[in-house]
Design a protein. Structure first.
Length: 428
C-alpha cells in the first residue's frame, strides 16, 4: 500500500465506523493471546490476563447468571467457555470504543496509516503462529507416533480428535510436509514483498486446519477461524488484482509496496532494526524451544518404562486388594506412553495423568491433566528387564502394584512400509 499517496482519500462514514470497531477488536484479540505466543514478551500480559479473567468471571455470573465458576486452568483447549466470554467482552468493548472514538474523531478523513499498522500486526501474528505450529510438526512434538494405548484399542474407542491425532502422528513424512507449508507461509508473511504469496499459502493451510478442528471436534476452533479471517483480511487489499487476473483476464499492475515511513530517518532505521531483531528473536526462541522439547521426548522414550502392562497384583496398605468393580483403586492395566499414563479400572473406567520421570531417584511423578502440582509420586523398580513394581500414595492410601509388561504386538499399521507398486490395494 502506498500510504503517503492515499493520505488525502476520504473514506465514507460506514467504512470509518467499521474500521474503528475492528481495530479495537483485533488488537484485543491479539493481546489476549489465546495461543500464548507473545505472553513471555509483553510486560503487562500477566496484568491484562488477570483482569480479563476477573472480568470474564463477573460477566459469567452477573450478566449470564451462571453460578458455576469459570475454569482458567490451561488444559490444551483454546475453546474454553472463558475464551468465548473473552470474545463477547471484546465485542462489547469494540462497540463502546467505536462510539466514543467516533464522537471524538468525527472529522478525520481516513485511517490509512492505522490500517497499515493493523495489517502489519496481523501479518506478524499469523506468521509467528504458523511458524510455531510448523516447528511443532517439523520436530514432531505435536503429533506423536501411535502409542501402545492407541494400538491396543479399537477405532470405536477413540475420540474424533484422538482419531485425527493418530492419523497425523502415524507419518513422520506427512508431518514434515505440513510443517514446511506452515513455516513457509508464516515466513513469507513477515516481509512486505512476499506478503501476498505468504497469505495465499497461509490461507490454504489455515482453511485445512479449520476444517480439521470443526470436523474432528478439536478445541482450537476460535484460533483456526481467526487465522482464516486474518488471512482473508491481508488478501483483501489485492482483491481487484485477483479478480482482474483470475476472472476478467485483464492486465494486473504491480502492487505498490511503499511503506509508512517516519519523517526522521533515525527513527525509521531504529524501527526497522527493532523489527528484525524482534522477529529474529521470536523465530529463534520458538524453534529452539521446539527442538528442546523434541530432545526431551526422545530422552523420555529411551527410558525403558514405556509400554503396555497388565496388573498381576496390587496391595493396599500392605494387604492384597480383592477385585471389586466399585473400587477405583482396582487397576486392570496400565499404559505408559511418551506423554501420559493411562489406567484402566474395573467397570471400563479410565484415569489419565501426565507424568515426569526422575531417573536418578527412580521416581514416577504423576500430574492430573492441567495441574501444576504433582498428584502422586511413585518409586518404581524394574523387577526384571521389562516388568515393573511401583509403590507410593494414591488417593491418600499407600499402594504397591506389580505390573507385567506385554510385548508390543506387531500391527499392520506400524509394519506396513511404502510401496511404489501395488497390484491390489492393501486396505483392511
Amino acid at each position: 500500500m502506498d500510504v503517503q499517496a492515499k493520505e488525502d482519500v476520504v473514506w465514507p462514514l460506514w467504512q470509518k465506523v467499521l474500521f474503528r470497531f475492528f481495530f479495537v477488536y483485533i488488537l484485543l484479540f491479539i493481546l489476549a493471546d489465546n495461543n500464548h505466543i507473545f505472553s513471555r514478551f509483553v510486560p503487562f500480559y500477566a496484568f491484562l490476563l488477570r483482569h480479563l479473567q476477573a472480568l470474564a468471571g463477573w460477566v459469567n455470573s452477573s450478566f449470564f447468571h451462571q453460578k458455576q465458576p469459570l475454569s482458567f486452568v490451561y488444559s490444551g483447549s483454546g475453546d474454553m467457555l472463558a475464551h468465548y466470554l473473552y470474545l463477547f467482552i471484546f465485542t462489547i468493548t469494540g462497540v463502546f470504543s467505536t462510539v466514543i472514538w467516533s464522537l471524538l474523531d468525527n472529522k478525520r478523513s481516513n485511517y490509512i496509516k492505522l490500517l497499515y499498522c493493523l495489517r502489519v500486526a496481523i501479518r506478524y501474528y499469523v506468521g509467528i503462529t504458523l511458524i510455531i505450529y510448523g516447528n511443532a510438526k517439523l520436530f514432531k512434538t505435536q503429533f506423536h507416533e501411535p502409542n501402545v494405548h492407541r494400538l491396543n484399542e479399537t477405532f470405536g474407542e477413540a475420540s474424533p480428535m484422538g482419531l485425527a491425532w493418530t492419523f497425523f502422528g502415524y507419518s513422520t513424512a506427512y508431518n514434515y510436509f505440513m510443517g514446511a507449508a506452515e513455516v513457509m507461509g508464516g515466513m513469507l508473511l513477515l516481509f512486505k514483498r512476499t506478503t501476498t504469496l505468504g497469505a495465499l499459502i497461509s490461507l490454504t493451510v489455515a482453511v485445512n486446519i479449520m476444517a480439521v478442528t470443526y470436523c474432528f471436534d478439536v478445541p482450537v476452533k476460535i484460533l483456526s477461524t481467526a487465522l482464516v479471517v486474518m488471512c482473508l483480511f491481508i488478501l483483501a487489499k489485492d482483491l481487484d488484482r485477483f479478480i482482474n487476473f483470475f476472472i476478467l483476464n485483464r492486465e494486473v499492475r504491480p502492487a505498490s509496496l511503499s511503506p509508512f515511513t517516519f519523517k526522521s530517518k533515525t527513527l525509521s532505521l531504529t524501527t526497522k532494526i527493532f523489527k528484525y531483531v524482534f522477529l529474529g528473536y521470536l523465530i529463534c526462541t520458538y524453534t529452539l524451544s521446539a527442538a528442546h522439547r523434541a530432545i526431551q521426548d526422545k530422552n523420555t522414550q529411551h527410558v525403558n518404562l514405556l509400554g503396555y502392562y497388565t496388573v498381576s497384583s496390587i496391595k493396599l496398605n500392605g494387604k492384597s486388594l480383592q477385585r471389586n468393580s466399585s473400587n477405583l483403586l482396582q487397576w486392570r492395566k496400565v499404559v505408559i506412553s511418551n506423554d501420559s499414563v493411562r489406567i484402566s479400572l474395573e467397570g471400563d473406567k479410565h484415569l489419565i495423568y501426565a507424568y515426569n520421570i526422575n531417573i536418578d531417584d527412580n521416581k514416577l511423578i504423576w500430574f492430573a491433566i492441567g495441574a501444576q502440582e504433582p498428584t502422586c509420586v511413585f518409586v518404581y523398580k524394574q523387577t526384571n528387564k521389562y516388568d515393573l513394581l511401583i509403590q507410593g500414595k494414591f488417593d491418600n492410601q499407600y499402594i504397591s502394584v506389580n505390573l507385567q509388561h506385554k510385548n508390543r504386538v506387531v500391527t499392520p499399521l506400524m509394519s506396513r512400509n511404502f510401496h511404489w507398486v501395488s497390484d491390489t490395494p492393501y486396505n483392511r
